[in-house]
Design a protein around this ligand. Structure first.
Ligand SMILES: [Zn+2]
Length: 295
């Protein structure tokens, strides 16, 4: 897992250089610099030494409901695990309903329809890490996000949005770039798909397409890696995000259930009541939904 972290840090160096050369790559939009800050004031990630490079842990594809293997399955043990594409494309695609829209589950087993488009509204520009970019979210989330980020700013811990709603085609680009990165590192096709998919969700299975998720950063840590958890901004979010209806969607100890690697920067709106319950019970959304008596 360390190499993933280091790889992420190294990727920021690459992006920083690319940005300096005004050569913005498609994946780089999450990494744009805060325009109000002088470049010299931003902490730069360091390149890992060779001794720090270790083999990453490869997440296994999560199974939705463990069941006794059928005879057919037992006879088919030589078959490779289903790919994310096979799983997502064979799953029932559903859209959020009007009543429980805020706890609508999106993951590999619960994809969105290809043409799903939430009713979007812009994130106020003062909360964007790149103020030249307009970020969008489901309009029902904007007020809560604004209140949360205003509160953190009042606590002298400014927090910014670096990624919000994504179209399916943009998610497809991010996913393919991520998988290709691991292919280029010499991983097998299967490993590259699993590793890539553990950080960038397969198209149709990303909460960013739902319009209810944001990636958050702080001025002293504007890149996306696990060390965001060491920032004061993360500490503030851990203590207060649920009050505004946001939860840390991919916790460190829930990767087997979510199918997504630990992402201390990714927050999902579920509403204050659900967020407070999930926090109190230490449940990720997959687990929490099991406790509800939903139709
Ligand atoms: Zn995210």
């Amino acid at each position: 897992m360390k190499v993933i972290k280091m790889r992420k840090q190294f990727s920021h160096i690459v992006f920083f250089v690319q940005l300096s050369l005004c050569c913005l790559m498609s994946f780089g939009c999450s990494y744009r610099l805060q325009p109000l800050l002088p470049v010299s004031s931003l902490q730069q990630p360091t390149k890992p030494s060779a001794s720090q490079m270790v083999q990453p842990t490869i997440l296994t594809l999560p199974s939705q409901t463990p069941t006794e293997p059928s005879q057919e399955m037992q006879e088919d043990t030589a078959r490779a695990p289903s790919s994310p594409a096979e799983i997502a494309d064979s799953a029932v695609k559903s859209t959020p309903d009007s009543e429980n829209w805020n706890i609508h589950l999106v993951n590999l087993h619960h994809p969105l329809p290809d043409d799903y488009l939430p009713d979007l509204a812009p994130v106020p520009v003062v909360f964007a890490i790149d103020q030249a970019t307009t970020y969008y979210l489901d309009f029902r989330v904007i007020d809560a996000l604004q209140e949360m980020l205003s509160s953190s700013a009042e606590a002298s811990l400014p927090i910014y949005v670096t990624s919000a709603f994504r179209t399916r085609s943009y998610q497809q680009t991010l996913y393919e770039n991520e998988v290709q990165y691991y292919r280029n590192q010499g991983y097998s096709e299967e490993e590259a798909i699993v590793l890539g998919g553990s950080y960038v969700a397969y198209p149709g299975t990303s909460e960013h397409q739902l319009g209810l998720a944001v990636d958050l950063v702080s001025p002293d840590h504007y890149w996306l890696d696990e060390s965001f958890e060491q920032t004061m901004a993360f500490a503030w979010l851990t203590e207060h995000a649920m009050e505004y209806g946001f939860v840390l969607r991919y916790p460190k100890d829930k990767t087997e259930l979510t199918g997504i690697a630990y992402e201390p920067w990714h927050y999902r709106y579920v509403g204050p009541n659900h967020a407070l319950s999930m926090k109190e019970l230490s449940l990720c959304l997959e687990e929490y939904l099991e406790t509800l008596d939903l139709p």
